[in-house]
Design a protein around this ligand. Structure first.
Ligand code: HEC
Ligand code: HEC
Length: 298
């Protein structure tokens, strides 16, 4: 045997030594995921629907409609993922981590099945994640169960308890003004900018938990929030935070009454939409001016 070939064979043997354990590890996860498929912790409950990860069709739905981005193992490494460049195009979610942006539950906890169900139907604006409104309710509930089989967290933890949202009070000029004070005090403007244009002093340096660049929400350009657009949704967004991103939960810094004031103020930043006619009128009456960034930084 010539020396060159010997060297190649030795190299192959060394590579093989490393390759085998990684292969085994990968398979272990997959077989573990397959075991989890059959556990009650993975079933989803949405109203009177029960979603099943063994429904017979869900595997094919996932393969056909989700795998291209979220990957066979749910790790977010589907074929399309490489073409998505943050911050413009966030990477697909890694379901193995079970960390979700849109939750009704406190920061750090698992979302409810309804949260995941709603997200799938809503899609995620400013990302490649489409609105999935062609599935039947049962198929969507099954997909929720399927997503849960990718992470061990669902085997050991329960979903968090949804936060309480007090009934929406009436909007008044005082509340809009008080909302602006909250926006200044808890420093939403550091990322979102004084006028909500996503140009605060920290905006350009933000990264998510996986060190990928991420942009704050721009209230003024007509974008839809990823986690819903109603007043209740906005309340929930800043009181639970978008886990995995620099958008924190303010549950410890903002009281429930103040939170409604802040929702009303945020509405004055948004272009006219079906929800904020009244707030815009009030802002005009009050001649409400954007906060002064220089003064705030002192
Ligand atoms: C074309 C790519 C693409 C396809 C196809 C796709 N997704 Fe996504 N999905 C994404 C991206 C990108 C994100 C992350 C968006 C972000 O972080 O703003 C995401 C995020 C999610 C999330 C996490 C939401 C949260 O609150 O964090 C869920 C759940 C989800 N997708 C479910 C699905 C399901 C179920 C399917 C198939 C029916 C699917 N996706 C198909 C791209 C895709
Ligand atoms: C440290 C920076 C930072 C601070 C401070 C911050 N945000 Fe955010 N916020 C973000 C980022 C980044 C996003 C975008 C997350 C994404 O697209 O995944 C965001 C998104 C949002 C969204 C849209 C969420 C969605 O569903 O798309 C709202 C509403 C919001 N922030 C409100 C607030 C309010 C109100 C405050 C103050 C109480 C605040 N933010 C403070 C960084 C911040």
């Amino acid at each position: 045997m010539n020396a060159q070939l010997m060297r190649w064979l030795r190299l192959l043997a060394v590579l093989g030594f490393f390759a085998v354990p990684t292969l085994v590890l990968a398979q272990l996860t997959q077989s573990q995921q397959e075991e989890w498929l059959h556990t009650p912790a993975v079933a989803s409950h949405i109203g009177n629907l029960t979603g099943n990860a063994n429904s017979g069709t869900v595997k094919y739905d996932y393969r056909r409609y989700c795998v291209g981005c979220h990957g066979e193992l749910g790790d977010g490494n589907g074929e399309v993922a490489q073409w998505l460049d943050p911050p413009m195009w966030p990477k697909p979610r890694d379901f193995e981590l079970a960390i979700f942006k849109c939750r009704s539950t406190p920061t750090g906890t698992l979302p409810t099945d309804e949260d995941l169900y709603d997200t799938i139907g809503r899609g995620l604006d400013r990302s490649a994640m489409p609105i999935w409104n062609t599935f039947t309710n049962q198929e969507r509930a099954d997909l929720v169960a399927w997503i849960k089989h990718f992470s061990p967290r669902w085997q050991t933890e329960k979903a968090g308890t949804p936060i309480q949202i007090p009934p929406e009070p009436e909007i008044t000029p005082d509340r809009v003004k008080a909302g602006q004070d909250v926006f200044a005090r808890v420093q939403c403007w550091k990322c979102h900018g004084v006028a909500g244009q996503a140009n605060g002093p920290s905006a350009s340096t933000l990264t998510d938990d996986q060190s990928r660049p991420i942009a704050p929400f721009n209230f003024t350009d007509g974008s839809r929030p990823k986690c819903g657009s109603t007043d209740q949704d906005i309340y929930r967004i800043f009181m639970t935070g978008l886990d995995g991103t620099p958008m924190p939960s303010f549950a410890d810094n903002i009281k429930p009454e103040e939170a409604w004031d802040l929702v009303f103020f945020l509405r004055t930043l948004q272009p006219h939409n079906q929800y904020n006619k009244r707030e815009k009128e009030i802002a005009k009456q009050l001649n409400l001016k954007p906060l002064n960034a220089l003064k705030l930084s002192q």
